[in-house]
Design a binder for this molecule. Structure first.
Ligand code: HMG
Ligand code: MG
Length: 306
């Protein structure tokens, strides 16, 4: 990987759709994934194998994975799994990459996956080992890495310790997540400087939510700290249903615009992303888009009429 290329995982089909009130069909999810793929997005988090009672929006996870494998066998696609049962379901459905989710506080783990911190850490470690045995690629989220909606500011030492444990358990990518979008560029700098002391920077990824409008500034701080892997969500859709106050993710179009304008490559086409946003808007029946959407649409409209 050249140091001036960002690897962006679009998490819209999972983080973006897990909290929507409007039902979205499997066919529409597959179409969204296809549009993202056509826009040049090379890595997509497609779904999650969680309890359908907890998140009914992801009940069709097996069909989504089977559909993507059929339509785009070459595409890098991951699925979130909260436990061994999720891993087994994901593997049976043909998933080739899974992501475990560990929160850095006691209460967030209890609210999200009904486990205390010690149990959640052990379950994530076991799931990573088991995924490795099955030959799957792995990501590990460290959620509420900046602030927890229940416990307040998260201890940086805990974030580093948990990220190290996920690394030792074999996670190929460790995703530092700002679940409620409360981070600021200064906090991002301190976090990644501390993490980079004991962890390989090329394995670290940043997952920002844009609650306070700072996701692009935070992504820039992470880039400056040497991070090259980012999660983002087309149209900025997203949010964890179990984290009060979690707004949408960093919008993929904002991240691509900021990165490309700053000399980094993403290999993602903004007109392609706009098509995906139009499609998602029609499905969800509401306006979507990050901070740059109005300007991007004007530019695109001008070019289309030339
Ligand atoms: P639990 O109730 O404690 O589970 O839920 P359990 O082990 O006691 O089992 C209860 C029932 O669920 C049983 O079925 C199990 O078989 C079933 P029953 O006997 O009642 O019929 N079950 C499952 N079914 C399907 N798939 C599974 C599974 N596991 C057990 N994997 C559990 C524990 C983890 C399952 C539940 O709390 C859950 O599914 N939580 C999902 C949480 C979630 O999806 N959160 C959103 C994603 S995380 C996020 O958005 C943050 C992130 O974006 C980063 C950031 O921004 O910070 C990643
Ligand atoms: Mg998230």
């Amino acid at each position: 990987m050249s140091t001036d290329t960002l690897i962006i995982t679009d998490v819209a089909p999972r983080d973006g759709l897990q909290n929507q009130q409007v039902p979205v069909s499997t066919e529409a999810k597959l179409k969204l994934i296809q549009l993202l793929h056509e826009a040049g997005v090379a890595s997509i988090e497609a779904t999650s194998f969680v309890s359908p009672k907890a998140v009914p929006q992801m009940a069709d996870a097996a069909d989504v994975i089977a559909g993507v494998n059929r339509q785009h066998p070459e595409l890098r696609v991951s699925a979130l799994v909260p436990n061994q049962k999720g891993l087994e379901r994901a593997h049976a459905a043909g998933a080739r990459e899974v992501a475990v989710v560990l929160s850095a506080t006691q209460t967030m783990n209890e609210k999200n996956i009904n486990m205390d911190l010690a149990r959640a850490t052990a379950v994530c470690e076991e799931t990573l080992h088991a995924a490795h045995e099955l030959g799957l690629r792995t990501r590990a989220y460290v959620a509420v890495a900046f602030d927890c909606p229940f416990e307040g500011p998260t201890r940086l030492e805990t974030v580093v310790d948990l990220a190290e444990r996920m690394n030792r358990a074999g996670a190929q990518e460790i995703v530092i997540a700002d679940t409620i979008g409360s981070a600021s560029p200064g906090m991002v700098k301190s976090h990644f400087e501390a993490l980079g002391k004991t962890l390989p920077l090329h394995k670290l990824a940043a997952h920002f939510h844009d609650t306070r409008g700072m996701a692009s500034a935070n992504a820039w701080a992470a880039i400056q700290a040497g991070v090259r892997r980012f999660d983002a969500s087309v149209g900025g859709i997203g949010g964890c249903p179990f984290a009060p106050g979690a707004a949408g993710n960093a919008a993929t179009e904002d991240l691509v615009l900021m990165a490309e304008r700053s000399g980094f490559k993403t290999n993602i086409s903004i007109p392609g992303l706009l098509q995906a946003i139009d499609f998602a808007e029609a499905q969800l029946g509401k306006a979507l888009g990050g901070r740059s959407i109005a300007w991007l649409r004007r530019q695109h409209a001008k070019r289309s009429t030339l």
